[in-house]
Design a protein around this ligand. Structure first.
Ligand code: 5BU
Length: 256
């Protein structure tokens, strides 16, 4: 059901206001591309955000890999995001007891619109984030349900845990990071990394499929592309290419 519904219809069905906002951005910019800004400094991060801004719906970060990340950088990033109309997505992969995640979220999650969580520890960490976020309608969580890399856990029981957690926290959880369809619920999103037009993997176990395969066959709503864009000599042009391929694949999918 999720796969054949248009983003417009799914925005209407959305439970989480941020799902509605994100799908609004996706349809107005005609972009279901998330660029993963895996760079080495905040200067590079801000430059990349400006370059790819017009072509993305989401910018994904790992701020723990940036030695110079600060509140001021977060603020500057926020203003670039506002200027180009995209949301900020910190790939925090929180996984711990609630009390610890509450502290981690303050430090490296609170600045972003959306964070990732690995929901193997029970409900404590989702409760902690729901409590810490002063306004839940402005913060979202994406559950890591299935990873792109070689040898990653593919467990029906774990996927069921992810679906159940999404059900228990409908005002916090926006969807999943996965390589296949975890849920048919049209109000939940599938974000998929491991996408490249040129490579089939890297030397450390990453596995890639094309944008067409990710969206058309594996059910991604939004593709996540890192090095396919960041290592290009023209990141804006590379992003524009992924944007076009992913959005066409989505249009094809809902036509069927
Ligand atoms: P790449 O350069 O396109 O391979 O980067 C992919 C990004 O997505 C990178 O930041 C990873 O940490 C992230 N990622 C992933 O590759 N696979 C996963 O299953 C998850 C996250 Br979850």
């Amino acid at each position: 059901e999720r796969l054949i519904k248009t983003f417009e219809l799914r925005a209407d069905a959305a439970v989480h206001p941020l799902v509605r906002s994100l799908l609004g951005i996706v349809t107005s910019k005609r972009s279901n591309l998330c660029v993963s800004a895996d760079v080495s400094s905040c200067t590079e991060l801000l430059t990349l955000a400006q370059q790819v801004g017009p072509h993305i719906c989401l910018l994904k970060t790992h701020v723990d890999t940036l030695p110079d990340f600060s509140d001021s950088v977060a603020q500057q990033l926020r203003s670039v995001a506002q200027q180009h109309n995209f949301l900020l997505f910190e790939d925090s992969k929180f996984v711990d007891i609630g009390a610890t995640v509450a502290r981690q979220w303050e430090r490296r999650g609170a600045w972003a619109d959306i964070v990732t969580v690995v929901p193997i520890a029970g409900d404590g960490l989702l409760t902690a984030i729901a409590q810490a976020a002063l306004d839940n309608s402005k913060k979202g969580v994406i559950l890591v349900a299935e990873m792109s890399s070689d040898g990653a856990l593919r467990s029906a029981e774990y996927q069921e845990m992810c679906r159940a957690a999404a059900k228990r926290f409908p005002h916090l959880v926006m969807g999943f990071v996965s390589q296949s369809s975890i849920s048919q619920s049209p109000w939940l999103l599938q974000l998929s990394p491991g996408v490249s037009v040129s490579a089939s993997g890297d030397a450390l176990g990453q596995r890639y499929v094309s944008p067409e395969c990710s969206v058309g066959e594996r059910g991604a709503d939004v593709i996540i592309v890192g090095r396919g864009v960041t290592t290009s000599s023209d990141p804006a042009a590379a992003a524009a290419n992924y944007q076009q391929l992913a959005y066409s694949a989505y249009l094809e999918r809902v036509k069927r």
